[in-house]
Design a protein around this ligand. Sequence first.
Ligand SMILES: *Cc1c(COP(=O)(O)O)cnc(C)c1O
Length: 432
Amino acid sequence: MEDPRRRIPRTDALLELPEVRQWEESLGRRRVRDLIRATQEAARRAEIAVEEVEPRLLEALWTSRGSTLRSVINATGVIIHTNLGRAPLGQAAVEAVVQAAGYVDLEMDLTTGTRSSRGAAARAALRHRCPEAEEVLIVNNGAAALMLAAAALAPATEIIISRGELIEIGAGFRLTELMASTGAVLREVGTTNRTHREDYASAIGPQTGMLMKVHPSNYRIEGFTAEVTTEELSEVAAAHQVPLVVDIGSGLLAPEPLLPAEPDAASMLQAGADVVIASGDKLLGGPQAGIVLGRSEAVRRMARHPMARAVRADKLTLAALEATLQAGQNPVQSSLHADRHSVRQRTEHLAAELDVTVVSHDGRVGGGGGAGVPLPGCALALPEAVAPALRLGEPAVLPRLAEGACLVDLRCVPVDRDAELLHALRHAMRAA
Ligand SMILES: *Cc1c(COP(=O)(O)O)cnc(C)c1O
């Protein structure tokens, strides 16, 4: 009997197929050849039948195109959802990213034809939105900004921080360990629930590099508590001529009336912080970035440190951040300020179409801040069993599972996706 492996289609025959040839331009000839070889190998090892080589190859070509990240409709009511990539960019920012994908005048003054300062426009936009900052710096993310602050402002010296602010922000990611990794020594003062001005004052000395205040964005300490205000801390810091660095986390540039407990950059700078650190992709609604605002001397010291080059922001980030700062609205702001009445109307419309009930549901700011602050709203209540089909549908929809139900909250769903959402919900309910 003939060995079926002899019938495995040859490379040149596969390369000749029009369906295969069309991929050469987007994927490159080498990638296409690699996929051909891998598919032939699978047939040689008898993992797939010889007849399957061609369809498997076409499938492999499809799935290897560009990114495999899938777009998801966020129906959780959680605005800054870390697992869904935090802040969704607004239209202006998306357009800026596409524009910046090609050659751009990132470090080039086109009028003179000479080199210019990288990211100057994004920094100017940031200063414009937060005039309290004398100088600003944009790095890769909030964690990078913290590391750079520790390395540049407290080289091999002590950083004084309250025990109530030793936070872990992501899975196993501790800010204190990050700062200590630069060689600084964390000097913890106070207790978990109460820290006083004297605690800082008695720990400060010639070995101190900086005072640090961190906003615990993902938890709250309630009850018998005391913390030292930024204003008081800045007096202690100034008396000893050490910088005060405040990590606000969320990226609010000015006070947000809906989130009164959330610190903002302008207020912290007014209260005397030398440097304020924040993320770009939380409440600011921009791309992943670390934002540094503050006094010229301290921010320039950070910008000049060799580590600054290792954590610099890329051109796509700078483009998206500048556009976000210039746009009036962005999806994070829209979701936060979503009009309750119109969200309810949209929800009731879908409920009537699907014959399901509407329940009260509190949205959340999410990992980006506003710990424990409910954002009152509503949701469709579907059977819990619908959730897997929703997640795997087209488009993918992420609902919230609570109290044995699959809740679909429209707070973070753009109005123009309601029709798609309805389609996905119908499909998933039928499948379940
Ligand atoms: C989110 C957060 C960070 C880390 O910022 P990334 O941009 O995620 O690196 C640091 N500090 C606080 C208080 C935060 O909330």
